[in-house]
Design a protein around this ligand. Structure first.
Ligand code: SAH
Ligand code: SF4
Ligand code: F3S
Length: 466
């Protein structure tokens, strides 16, 4: 079953099917005495999918290894958002092929690139040695697909181009014992003209609130301190359900579970409600950190991007968010969208100067096959795009640094979550999502502690336990 972009783009009013994953015991020994290695590209959605994939493989008796060279099964969970994401995967495939030639290893590709027609055709024709390809809609079918490939000794490509279902209770092996990703919705219906996600992830499907709350309650029981509610467009949560229950309601109910920290990504400016702002202010465990992608500061470009807001309405929302005490706001920006003039770009710089973001992810526009923007006339040279990116980054870095300077000598809460790459230090994040390297021993792991900031860099802070 090969992917088909035209099918993937369709949106119907059909009701989303919601069912439960049931383990199939036929596959429970397929991975006996075998190991797996999984490499994950892309966003948090993919990171969380990999946590599901790991658990599915372990149900089949595979065990995880950290070194690709030690693995009997190698999976690449891929991202399609920009051309360089593709290039990284095809580059890495060269290393995998080398291993495949020297020993008997099973190889697979999944994730968003597997949903792309052109990519899968290339794998089918030029990468015949890749054993399995499956997509974002049929992760729970992995045990069968993998087992079929082993038994039939042939390439199995099984990618669905559909709107998608919701499958509850897929097992999960979480990377962290302290903070957890919780999907609240899948897919996206916004169809920003540059973006491939609505094609690779299907229709917007919100999970039932009861299932989300049940998951968070279980996480609390298991000792988790933080949940991040995940979706491409979390503020639109619930709009596809007939429950009259939206993101504000969900945020309140998740906060009420009493979990120490609640975060959510990503917020599309279009759907941000005043009620959400009230709830962030009202509940101390809803973190004052908001990722609010701007993409461009030019109304003309925003319109071409299909973003549904203007510079003015974005700034109005931004100012409302700034009334949340101690809030930190980050963003995403694309430079070099087809037709972007120097004046358009200056409007983007203007918004950055106004908003003084805590941090920003900045990208050069990358045409994605099948999206409307890929067909727009793009007459800006790569040199100009690079130069704009550099100017933008200088500004972004300036404000990131200025914002961090404000933390010097302040006392902040940090959830200590891991070793730091500095000796004798552990790392964690503040409520406002600032990375802090904290001088302390491992007995602090998993605890939320008060930390005094003693050093400031552009992208991190240094702290001491108080
Ligand atoms: N759902 C999120 C974005 C997810 S993709 C939102 O709507 O805000 C993450 C970021 O990648 C986007 O915010 C955008 O800045 C960038 N991006 C997406 N498609 C791109 C493309 N074709 N070229 C360059 N950057 C892109
Ligand atoms: Fe892509 Fe726009 Fe959907 Fe974000 S909201 S995933 S940028 S289409
Ligand atoms: Fe990439 Fe897919 Fe996420 S394209 S950014 S992994 S939804």
């Amino acid at each position: 079953m090969l992917p088909n972009l035209l099918e993937a783009k369709k949106r119907t009013s059909n009701k989303v099917k919601n069912y439960k994953y049931i383990k199939d015991d036929r596959y429970k020994e397929v991975g006996k005495n075998k190991t797996y290695y999984i490499k994950t590209y892309g966003c948090q959605m993919n990171v969380h999918d990999s946590e599901n994939i790991k658990a599915l493989l372990e149900e089949m008796s595979f065990s995880e290894v950290d070194n690709m060279e030690d693995a009997n099964l190698i999976l690449l969970n891929t991202c399609a958002i920009r051309e360089n994401a593709h290039n990284k995967v095809f580059g890495f495939l060269g290393r995998v092929k080398h291993l495949k030639e020297t020993k008997n290893v099973i190889t697979g590709i999944c994730g968003c690139m597997a949903q792309e027609e052109n990519v899968v055709n290339e794998i089918k024709n030029k990468y015949k040695w890749v054993d399995i390809v499956f997509g974002t809609h049929n992760i729970s079918q992995l045990p069968r697909i993998l087992s079929d490939s082993i038994n039939n000794n042939k390439q199995e490509i099984e990618v669905l181009s559909c709107e998608g279902d919701i499958i509850e209770d897929i097992p999960v092996k979480r990377d962290s014992k302290y903070k957890a990703w919780v999907n609240i919705m899948y897919g996206c219906d916004k169809f920003c003209t540059y973006c491939i996600v609505p094609y690779t992830r299907g229709k917007q499907r919100s999970r039932n609130p009861k299932d989300i709350i049940r998951e968070v309650e279980k996480l609390i029981k298991d000792g988790y301190k933080e949940v991040t509610l995940l979706g491409q467009n979390v503020n639109a949560y619930g709009k596809d359900l007939e429950l009259n229950y939206y993101m504000g309601d969900l945020l309140r109910d998740v906060a009420k579970t009493g979990i120490d920290r609640v975060r959510f990504v990503t917020s599309h400016p279009w759907d941000f409600t005043d009620e959400m702002i009230t709830i962030i202010k009202e509940y101390d465990n809803v973190m004052p950190y908001i990722h609010l992608p701007l993409q461009s500061g030019s109304n003309r470009i925003l319109k071409l991007m299909g973003r549904r807001y203007t510079k003015e309405s974005y700034l109005e929302l931004f100012n409302k968010l700034k009334t949340i005490s101690n809030v930190s706001i980050t963003t995403d920006i694309i430079v070099g969208f087809p037709g972007e003039t120097e004046d358009d770009f200056k409007e983007t710089l203007d918004v950055v100067n106004t908003c003084k973001y805590d941090s920003a992810f900045t990208f050069i526009f990358s045409p994605r096959v099948g999206t409307p923007a890929a067909k727009m006339k793009d007459d800006i040279s790569l040199d100009t795009k690079n130069e704009r990116l550099q100017r933008l980054n200088e500004l972004v870095n300036k404000y990131a640094n200025l914002n961090n300077q404000k933390y010097l000598n302040k006392i902040v809460n940090v959830l200590i979550e891991n070793k730091s790459n500095k000796d004798d230090y552990l790392m964690g994040y503040t409520d406002t999502m600032k990375l802090v390297n904290v001088k302390c021993d491992e007995s602090y792991l998993g605890k939320i502690v008060k930390v005094k900031i003693v050093g400031v860099k552009t992208w991190s802070l240094d702290g001491e336990i108080v």
